[in-house]
Design a protein around this ligand. Structure first.
Ligand code: 5GP
Length: 175
């Protein structure tokens, strides 16, 4: 993919500001609590690593991996768990950190799985929300950016084929 074909959607500076503000809000919401933060892999890794560094709390990190995409640019609806947590979540305050919500199918599946482990609380934060793509009603507590119904990548999200996760900005292909 040539860089001329890419359209800049959200700059690294805007991301940094949005993530820092979210970290401050979460710090006050969870004040005095110990938290288990669960980045949802693969896409949530970069967002989560910046977010936890902007939260002044006692945090443990666990990982969940989910895949639903294959080579297409819209969720197949079939979600596969590719990595599971190792700590017990029962009675813990859990924060799920996801890169993007589109149809909502991935988050609905993962939230159901976490709830079945009886955490004391579960909140979900997403960096990007494509509201126009929603197929199931899913609870999202905090959204950093609402975006149009375009396929985006960068800042942890991959382009078709699995590349471009290491871009600092969020981009899309020019229409
Ligand atoms: P959903 O299940 O809500 O349709 O989609 C959630 C998952 O699909 C995300 O975790 C992400 O991996 C992927 N996804 C949805 N929209 C996009 C997009 O625009 N770009 C990329 N790279 N992945 C997306």
């Amino acid at each position: 993919m040539r860089s001329d074909d890419l359209e800049l959607l959200i700059t690294s500076g805007e991301i940094e500001k949005g993530v820092r503000e979210l970290g401050a809000r979460l710090t006050s919401i969870y004040s005095g609590k110990r938290l288990v933060v669960i980045p949802l892999l693969k896409g949530g890794f970069m967002f989560a690593s910046d977010l936890v560094r902007s939260m002044a709390l006692d945090i443990q990190i666990e990982f969940l991996g989910a895949a639903s995409y294959g080579e297409q640019t819209r969720s197949s609806g079939e979600v596969r768990l590719t990595l599971d947590t190792t700590l017990p979540l029962k009675g813990r305050d859990v924060l799920l950190v996801e890169d993007i919500v589109d149809t909502g199918l991935t988050l609905a599946y993962i939230q159901k799985l976490i709830r079945s482990r009886e955490p004391a609380s579960l909140r979900t934060v997403v960096l990007l929300d494509k509201r126009a793509g929603r197929q199931v009603d899913v609870e999202v507590d905090e959204v950093v950016f609402d975006i149009p119904d375009r396929f985006v990548f960068g800042y942890g999200l991959d382009s078709p084929g699995g590349f471009h996760r290491n871009l600092s900005d969020i981009v899309t292909v020019k229409e």
